[in-house]
Every structure is written in structure tokens, then in C-alpha cells.
Design a protein around this ligand. Structure first.
Ligand SMILES: O=P(O)(O)OC[C@H]1O[C@H](OP(=O)(O)OP(=O)(O)O)[C@H](O)[C@@H]1O
Ligand SMILES: NC(=O)CC[C@H](N)C(=O)O
Ligand SMILES: [Mg+2]
Length: 503
């Protein structure tokens, strides 16, 4: 789940882009990049690493200009090479840079088509470079010296017809301005806002509203599924629905795990949805586990904190922060490779013994994906002296791969795949395990915005909203991106000479 930002300002935007990316760091920890336009030229800095490490003072000085976009990456396609850090760039037409959150499900076909139709070469294995070329190709078809808003919207409409999957996009077109668009199902989030200055209105788009808050922009609204927004260099704002049959189907996992609680996505406060998840799961526990003698509720920091507190309230039990989180270690789930993830749990979390000794504890997490966290955390609870360790997950069992921008490519790596609750409980070593039902999860989020009738819930139910996911596709995805093939790719990567090679 990457993070994207874009600003059309009246003053230099480098610092605001940097600050926006910093508060979106939880969406991608692997690479970061910024592109600005200065005197008709694109200025680029991108590299692997956290925002604070990628941009040094000398890079920030180079990133001049009042208009720019930025990206933090969590790879879901291609490799982890610096060459696949974003934004990507093509020089024709006009000079375009693009940043993408999401994942295309027909990138290979589109890539072949672009070569056959337009002799366009895509140099990396990133689906985002394919998306950029698809957009550039459609803009090129117009053949005008300067594109009017209608031409840009026509190009986005053609992109919607040709590419499939999840995508929220920001792009810069030299001599024109910033274009932002969202896939026709609205799987990935995108919000826009504005800020008044003495020189006029500045506009910003971002994956989450928290980036707008950090930069002092006020939220105007979400970009609608299928909609495109075009803000010219001098600050004229145009928007148009570009999809033929848009549906409002945002990814429910944003609310479960990805987004920050202080963000509002599609008019749903992420925090409020997590409170609701806690309340609903608390009620279920009360009903189904009335016979259990739980002493205390303990969250697994940090995403589960809000849900856990409300489970405790429902049960009338104490909520205790039994684990301390090392603030210098990032999120485990979005780390590349199971080895890294496994090692990081113990470096990241440590138990406070007094909260466990002789007690029956209920540990709460937002979700169980590969079981990396839960298995180790339960072991820690026992080592700290817990008598019984029960476990509750605020999301249902994750049994199916994700194809829209979350790196869960292989069903076999999911702990719930092919297992019922009892056997998952055994594998993670708990004395009892309970999951939220999908119905309750959907209700928890919908309560905050009933206008959303449906969510993208494929990891829980195997229903893919783009209607193009076959077992054959999932098999190919698994073969290309499971742990073993990614490890092999990483080993071979050092031998690749990258086209993008600036430091
Ligand atoms: O079953 P797993 O494969 O371990 O994945 C699920 C865990 O990973 C995430 O935590 P993470 O450390 O990424 O972030 P957090 O600090 O925001 O909770 C999530 O909150 C769960 O704790
Ligand atoms: N998580 C994402 O949004 C990833 C974007 C893109 N598919 C990449 O791998 O770079
Ligand atoms: Mg967690």
C-alpha cells in the first residue's frame, strides 16, 4: 500500500511534499521519491529507504518549483530495486511524471499492447511504469501542442478502459499541471484539499487526509471512483467522471490496518470504524466466551489499540498496555521478506511482566495475516507468566490473496488458508481464538458512511470486484511473488545494472 501526494502551490512545494510523505510513511517504508517541475524541467530524487534518509538537504534544494508529486513505496509488483522507486518519468508527450498506489491486474497485457501499438518500451518490471506509459500513450494520441482539460479527461477515460486493478494516481504534465485519478471501483483512496495564501489558492491531493492536515490544507472531498481531477499550473481546478460504470467499492483493509486512525477515507473516520470494530467484537466475545474467565485485555501495538480499548469497555474489563513498542522499528507486515518480518517482532515488541504474571489475558490484534506477529506475541505472553492466553482478531480470517496493492500474493502463506479457527488457534499457540465476522466488519465501517454499499473484501471472501481474477492468474501471481521467488529475485538484483542510477 503506497502513499502518494501532489501539490499545485504558489510557493515552493518541496518541504510540504516531504512533510506529507513523512505522515504517509506507514503506507510504505521501502522507497521514497519526489518530482517537482522547475523552469519547465522535472527535478527528481528517489531512492530506497525512509523519507528522512532519502532526502538530504542537497536533494531538497534541487527539488525547486511550485508544483510536485511524491511517493512512498511498499512493493506489490516487480522488484524492490531502486529503479522501481517512484515517481516514474517519460519524456513524451510533454514530459510526464507519475506516482501510483495500487496494483494492476493486467499489467503484462497492457505492456505488450503498448509495444505493439506504439513501440513503447517499459524498462522495469513495475506495473506503475506500465500505467504511466498507458497514460502517456493516450495523451499522445491527442496530438495537440497544448492539451485542454477535455483531452486530459479523454485520456484518463481510455486508461480506465484499458487497465484493470486498483489505482490511485498523481501525475505531472510539464506545461500543464497536475492530474489525479482513481480507479473505477475506488479501491485505493485519494482525497483532495486546498489552502489559501496571499498569492491565491493552493491544491493538494493525497492518499490520506492526515497528509493534508500535516500541511495545513483543509479537505475539500474525496476524489470519486473513476473521477479525474486536473489542476493547471496556475491553479485552475477541473474535474470529471471518466469511468463508464463506476462503483463505490473501497478496500476495507484500509480501515482494518493500513490507514492512520486520524485519517478520514471516503467520509469514514478510520478511528471511528476501529472503535466500532472493537465494540462489535466485544459483543461477540461476550456472547460466545461467557464461560471464560478473562482478567485483562491487552492490545498488540499499535494498530489494534483502538479496537482493544473498546473490547475492554464492552466486556467491563481492564485495558492494559502490556507490550512496549520500540518507536524506532517500523511496521512489520509491510516489510519485505518473511525473515525480516519474523526478526522484527521481537525487536519491536516487548512484554511488561507485571501485566501478564498469573493472569488470563485476552490479546487483541487488528488482523492475523501470516501469523508472524501472533505466534511470537503469544509466546512472549507465556514467557512473561500468563496463565491463559486468549486471542481476538478485529478482522475475519484472511484466506485469499490480494491483487489490488497489498502484498499478499500467495494463499499458501496466509495462516488461515485451508485452516479453520481451531487449527489456526493451535498453530499460533493460543488457548482460545476468536475472529470478527465479515458481516460485523462491514457494518463497523458502513455505520460511519451508509452511502457506501459495498467494500472490496477479497482477502476475506475471495470476491474480486474487477471480475477478472481467475485461478490461473492467482497461480501465476503466486509463482512470481511467493517468498521463494522473491528471495531469488533479490539475490539476482545485485547483478542488474539499473537505468536509474543517480545518488
Ligand atoms: O499476521 P501477521 O503476518 O504478523 O500480520 C498482522 C500483523 O501485522 C500488522 O502489524 P505491524 O507491525 O505491521 O504494524 P502496527 O505497528 O501498525 O500494528 C498488523 O497490525 C498485525 O499486528
Ligand atoms: N503498494 C503499492 O501501492 C504498490 C504500487 C506499485 N504496484 C509498486 O509495486 O510499486
Ligand atoms: Mg500490528
Amino acid at each position: 500500500m503506497c502513499g502518494i501526494v501532489g501539490i499545485v502551490g504558489k510557493y515552493p512545494v518541496n518541504q510540504a511534499l516531504y512533510d506529507g510523505l513523512t505522515v504517509l510513511q506507514h503506507r510504505g517504508q521501502d522507497a521514497a521519491g519526489i518530482v517537482t517541475v522547475d523552469q519547465n524541467r522535472l527535478r527528481l530524487r528517489k531512492a530506497n529507504g525512509l523519507v528522512k534518509d532519502v532526502f538530504e538537504a542537497r536533494h531538497m534544494q534541487r527539488l525547486a518549483g511550485n508544483i510536485g508529486i511524491g511517493h512512498v513505496r511498499y512493493p506489490t509488483a516487480g522488484s524492490a530495486s531502486t529503479a522501481e522507486a517512484q515517481p516514474f518519468y517519460v519524456n513524451s508527450p510533454f514530459g510526464i511524471a507519475l506516482a501510483h498506489n495500487g496494483n494492476l491486474t493486467n499489467a503484462d497485457e497492457v505492456k505488450d499492447q503498448l509495444f505493439n501499438d506504439a513501440r513503447r518500451h517499459v524498462n522495469t518490471s513495475s506495473d506503475s511504469e506500465v500505467l504511466l506509459n498507458a497514460f502517456a500513450h493516450e495523451l499522445q494520441c491527442d496530438n495537440a501542442l497544448h492539451l485542454m482539460p477535455d483531452a486530459i479527461f479523454r485520456a484518463v477515460a481510455s486508461v480506465h478502459r484499458k487497465v484493470r486493478g486498483g489505482y490511485a494516481v498523481v501525475a505531472l504534465i510539464i506545461g500543464h499541471g497536475l492530474v489525479a485519478f482513481r480507479d473505477p471501483n475506488g479501491i485505493r483512496p485519494l482525497v483532495m484539499g486546498k489552502r489559501e495564501t496571499e498569492l491565491g489558492t493552493e491544491y493538494m491531493v493525497a492518499s490520506e487526509s492526515v497528509a493534508l492536515d500535516a500541511d495545513g490544507f483543509t479537505v475539500l472531498r474525496d476524489v470519486m471512483p473513476g473521477e479525474a481531477v486536473y489542476i493547471t499550473e496556475d491553479g485552475q481546478l477541473y474535474s470529471q467522471q471518466c469511468a463508464e460504470n463506476p462503483t463505490y467499492t473501497p478496500c476495507i483493509f484500509e480501515y482494518v490496518y493500513f490507514a492512520r486512525p486520524d485519517s478520514t477515507i471516503d467520509n469514514v473516520s478510520v478511528y471511528a470504524s476501529r472503535v466500532n470494530m472493537g465494540k462489535k467484537l466485544g459483543q461477540k466475545i461476550k456472547k460466545e466466551w461467557a464461560h471464560l474467565d478473562i482478567d485483562v485485555v491487552i492490545p498488540i501495538p499499535e494498530t489494534s489499540n483502538d479496537a482493544a480499548l473498546h473490547i475492554a469497555h464492552e466486556l467491563g474489563l481492564q485495558y492494559r498496555q502490556g507490550y512496549v513498542k520500540n518507536r524506532y522499528i517500523g511496521r512489520t507486515f509491510i516489510m519485505p521478506g518473511q525473515g525480516e518480518r519474523k526478526k522484527s517482532v521481537k525487536r519491536k515488541l516487548n512484554a511488561i511482566k507485571q501485566e501478564f504474571r498469573g493472569k488470563n489475558v485476552l490479546l487483541v490484534d487488528d488482523s492475523i495475516v501470516r501469523g508472524t506477529t501472533s505466534g511470537q506475541i503469544i509466546e512472549m505472553a507465556r514467557e512473561a507468566g500468563a496463565s491463559k492466553v486468549y486471542f481476538a482478531s478485529a478482522a475475519p480470517e484472511i484466506r485469499f490473496p490480494n491483487v489490488y496493492g497489498i502484498d499478499m500474493p500467495s494463499a499458501n502463506e496466509l495462516i488461515a488458508h485451508g485452516h479453520d479457527v481451531e487449527s489456526i488457534c493451535k498453530i499460533i499457540g493460543a488457548d482460545g481464538l476468536i475472529f470478527q465476522s465479515l458481516e460485523d466488519l462491514i457494518a463497523a465501517v458502513r455505520e460511519e458512511n451508509p452511502a457506501i454499499k459495498k467494500f472490496e473484501t477479497s482477502v476475506f471472501d475471495g470476491v474480486y470486484v474487477t471480475n477478472d481474477i481467475t485461478q490461473d492468474y492467482l497461480n501465476r501471481l503466486d509463482a512470481a511473488r511467493n517468498e521463494d521467488s522473491m528471495a531469488l529475485k533479490a539475490a539476482n538484483m545485485a547483478a542488474d545494472l539499473e537505468l536509474y542510477n543517480e545518488s
